[in-house]
Design a protein around this ligand. Structure first.
Ligand code: FUB
Length: 507
């Protein structure tokens, strides 16, 4: 904790150090980083209901200036992981505090965000970092305050509007939100803190807890990735930032390096056990990478701020991280390392060995190849025949259950290389219920859970939807209706699995 506080107090001083001119006259010649017209960092990637991969990123100032000058977020999307469209600024720190930058003695910044979709809305999680330049700590360092805020948008591309300027009981940075297969939304942040979010997605439903992560090297940037039934928590390690990297100490095993590690548990609450490295120090082993004139390492090596986000897209996982490759190119044509806070988002593949352990990613300068998805956008489940059913009947288009868990089996559904969402439109329901989607048996693998819980919605009807995880291949699909009451009834219309292929930008 002391260590982290020290970093927070020193980073601003270090970050101000370098302001170099950017020369865009010669285009950056490689595929990584993926955004090359501005500086981006801290990417949070997710497949959204349009089937595209979206990422929200921090923005590092074009003229440098350091961590205190991170004031806004941009949104980008891709249909193939390779070509990215800039949807523009989606949030500015002025939306939280109009005087945030110029008129107060405090300097407000927005650091590594996350963004999730839930029941028709998009939620943006913002770590607010306030620096008090004139208020010093007893040790001479500057006073820093951090907390989390939430903003919401009805559609991606719209500006997010603040819905909660400060989530109670949050202190720390780098929020990441993970919705489990049973529909529970967890938030991870700070120094391995975790809590469940309320259904409204902008308040905590539980007290924060400190997770056991199996190492004292955890520093920041928690990210949850569920792999099969295992919960993989990845994070940036504490490192020896004073030492820096030189040609001499470059490979020294004793040097504490800035890496991404991950710890594993069978529960989202842990305890987690350290399992291994996900991303080596930035710039290590880059195939075909340009070399620094002074040594056997790439000139864009960063000695800190290794920040990761993971997304699965049609059968392949990808790690999003950032490097200073672009600033190194724009400022010195790869003759020097680029700047700490002029970072750029890179994408490379994340693979596993035969035992299911992560193989540390191969950082590349070429980037990944384009993914071509050739399958329908949606599967309309109402058009498919129910091969078998249990515990419900259909009368006048109304589903009437006689058991707390009833189900319909639909045979041989082709989920192709992946479908990412399920949605049902409900007109009326007698009692709250949820819909689970499972593979191959009523108690088979759970893909996702859509909840229809709020009494107000029960009278009015509405849409229930959920994200599906690992919905691919050809399977018998089981649609389960689960309620506390055996005798329930509801009437609906749409029942579809969708986001199977990315929509073009204009739809
Ligand atoms: O980008 C600002 C901070 O640097 C993030 O919050 C950290 O994870 C590190 O990337």
């Amino acid at each position: 904790m002391k260590y982290l506080a020290l970093i927070f107090t020193l980073i601003p001083l270090l970050g101000f150090s370098q302001v170099l001119e950017n020369d865009f006259s010669e285009p950056y010649p490689f595929g990584n980083p993926v955004i090359r017209h501005m500086y981006t960092a801290d990417a949070a990637p997710h497949v959204m209901p349009d089937g595209r991969v979206w990422m929200v990123t921090s923005v590092d100032h074009l003229d440098g200036g350091g961590y205190a000058t991170m004031h806004r977020y941009h949104l980008f999307s891709s249909a193939n992981m390779k070509d990215w469209h800039d949807h523009g600024e989606c949030f500015h720190i002025h939306q939280l505090e109009p005087k945030a930058i110029d008129e107060t003695e405090q300097q407000w910044a927005a650091w590594a965000p996350d963004m999730v979709y839930r029941n028709g809305k998009y939620y943006l999680y913002i770590p607010v970092r306030i620096l008090y330049p004139k208020k010093t700590r007893p040790n001479g360092g500057r006073w820093v305050e951090t907390h989390l805020a939430v903003a919401v948008a009805d559609k991606l591309g719209d500006r997010f509007e603040v819905i909660n300027p400060k989530i109670d009981a949050t202190r720390g940075i780098d929020p990441s939100v993970f919705i489990d297969d049973d529909g529970t939304p967890y938030m991870y942040w700070g120094s391995h803190d975790a809590a469940v979010l309320k259904e409204n997605m902008y308040e905590l439903a539980t007290e924060p807890v400190k997770l056991e992560v199996g190492t004292d090297r955890f520093m920041e940037a928690a990210w949850m990735n569920k792999v099969g039934d295992e919960y993989h928590l990845s994070y940036h390690t504490k490192y020896d930032w004073k030492l820096g990297v030189t040609p001499e100490n470059h490979d020294d095993p004793e040097r504490l390096k800035s890496e991404l590690w991950y710890s594993v548990s069978d529960s989202p609450w842990g305890p987690f056990e350290l399992e291994g490295t996900l991303n080596y120090e930035l710039g290590v082993n880059v195939d075909n990478g340009p070399h620094h004139p002074e040594g056997d390492f790439v000139p864009w090596k960063l000695t800190q701020s290794n920040h990761g986000g993971i997304v699965e897209f049609h059968g392949q996982e990808y790690l999003f991280y950032h490097t200073s490759a672009l600033s190194s190119w724009l400022q010195t044509r790869f003759k020097d390392k680029g700047t700490w806070t002029q970072r750029s988002v890179c994408v490379d593949k994340l693979n596993y060995d035969e035992e299911g352990k992560v193989i540390p990613i191969q950082q590349t300068i070429e980037g990944v190849e384009a993914v071509i998805v050739d399958q329908p956008f949606e599967i309309d489940l109402r058009q498919l025949t129910i091969a078998e059913r249990n515990g419900f009947s259909i009368v006048d288009n109304k589903i009437i259950t006689t058991e707390k868990t009833s189900w319909a089996k639909i045979e041989d559904v082709d989920l192709g290389t992946g479908y990412y969402y399920y949605e049902a439109e409900i007109y009326e329901a007698k009692h709250p219920f949820k819909i689970e989607l499972r593979l191959d048996a009523p108690d088979g693998k759970l893909l996702g859970t859509a909840q229809f819980q709020q009494p107000a919605n029960i009278k009015e009807g509405g849409v229930m939807d959920c994200r599906l995880r690992e919905a691919n291949g050809k399977h018998d699909l089981y649609v389960l209706f689960v309620s506390d009451k055996a005798s329930n009834s509801f009437r609906g219309n749409t029942s579809r699995i969708f986001a199977g292929s990315p929509l073009p930008l204009d739809q």
